[in-house]
Design a protein around this ligand. Structure first.
Ligand SMILES: C[C@](O)(C(=O)O)[C@H](CC(=O)O)C(=O)O
Length: 375
């Protein structure tokens, strides 16, 4: 329900047009992970194919998710905040050139801002597993040409990123050659999968100077670990962290389940309660929308918040408080003046959380909040 001042693809291109910026995109795979990344104010998200296979299908990253699985997930994620660009994994494009075209147009209509298409065979696998097989160079180039032509046919600005998986079996030089060919075939950005040393990482950026390069940071993968700062200094323009969140949930979930199974309780983590839980997925905004159009389904009280320390002119916002609500989330956009809302309302930062106010008891509130969100 956020305002959409420009297409997310245009926004992604705008971010890339500033050479001093690197686009950092955490890998998300479902509604909760996407909501959490948006709440942190990330300016771009990445829909991981590995995470989509795992969370939607319960399957390993072995190219099992089909176009329909992927486009449905991408459309759901892209729609949560359409002003924040989503780069989505499009694997091999899911078939020959005709199918690649369908994939590109389907992703564009689903609101995806950029996608990557690779040169593995259909029975593909995670780029950091052994035993990958490649299609011939020309087959790869035809995929990229199909992607570009399909995008042009519908007037989309979606970014086409060519990914090569050649490093593992065919070597660095072949990978570079394939990306050269893909660039000629019309790719806007390049992704050399599973580079194996810092030297390769730096060399690749140098070879393709002038073309945006994507760095894939898989924890425990083939590529040496680099921070956002290091990747930016090396010259990358996009950095994805595909498995960060998938990995992060495994242990806590296992632990909670083990405790429930062994001890018959659920005290492995402090329960935050249903209200706070749903606030992660937009409860307050959804209710505010309902109220703003005269809906009566969730009538609550008014919450008056004064952010005196952030701005001397005193920023005030009102937010509804649900019955029995325990927290109120304040986002940057809540504090905009009408003019600011017009100008900045659609930018990713508008959704960034500035404070999470814990409510002690029902009543009318007037709260002073400092920049770090503490009362
Ligand atoms: C980027 C990637 O395509 C993904 O699906 O997110 C994977 C990540 C992974 O499986 O570790 C890849 O690098 O192949």
């Amino acid at each position: 329900m956020a305002a959409v001042p420009m297409s997310s693809a245009k926004r992604l291109r705008q971010l890339l047009s500033d050479p001093s910026r690197m686009v950092v995109a955490p890998g998300v795979y479902d509604g909760i992970s996407a909501r959490l990344a948006l709440a942190q104010g990330f300016e771009c998200l990445y829909m991981t194919g590995a995470g989509t296979n795992m969370s939607r299908l319960g399957m390993a990253d072995l190219g099992i998710a089909t176009f329909n699985d992927m486009v449905t997930n991408a459309g759901m994620i892209a729609s949560i905040n359409p002003s924040v660009p989503l780069i989505a994994d499009a694997d091999t494009g899911y078939g020959g050139p005709i199918m690649v075209a369908r994939t590109v147009q389907g992703y564009a209509r689903a609101g995806v801002a950029g996608l990557h298409i690779e040169d593995q065979v259909q029975e593909k696998r995670c780029g950091h597993l052994a035993g990958k097989q490649l299609v011939e160079r020309e087959v790869f180039y035809a995929r990229i040409r199909a992607a570009k032509k399909a995008r042009e046919e519908i007037g989309s600005e979606m970014l086409i990123i060519a990914r090569t998986d050649a490093r593992a079996g065919a070597g660095f030089e072949e990978a570079v050659e394939r990306l050269r060919g893909a660039r000629e075939a019309g790719a806007d950005a390049l992704f050399l999968e599973a580079m194996q040393s810092e030297e390769e990482v730096r060399k690749a950026v140098k070879i393709f100077e002038g073309t945006p390069m994507l760095l894939n940071m898989v924890g425990g993968g083939k590529t040496p670990q680099m921070s956002v700062k290091e990747a930016k200094e090396a010259g990358f323009r996009i950095m994805i962290w595909p498995t960060l969140l998938v990995e992060a949930v495994i242990s806590p979930l296992k632990n909670a389940l083990r405790i429930l199974r062994e001890e018959g309780t659920h005290d492995s983590c402090e329960p935050i309660g249903p209200r706070a839980l749903f606030e992660v997925c937009g409860l307050n905004e959804l209710m505010a929308f309902d109220e703003s159009v005269g809906g009566k389904a969730f009538g609550g009280q008014e919450f008056v918040l004064t952010l005196a320390r952030i701005d001397p002119t005193l920023r005030v916002t009102t937010k509804p408080i649900l019955d029995k609500a325990r927290t109120v989330e304040v986002r940057r956009g809540d504090l905009y003046t009408a003019e600011e809302r017009e100008r900045y309302g659609g930018l990713p930062n508008a959704g960034a959380e500035v404070a999470s106010i814990r409510l002690e008891k029902k009543g009318r509130y007037k709260v002073l909040v400092e920049r770090d969100g503490t009362e």
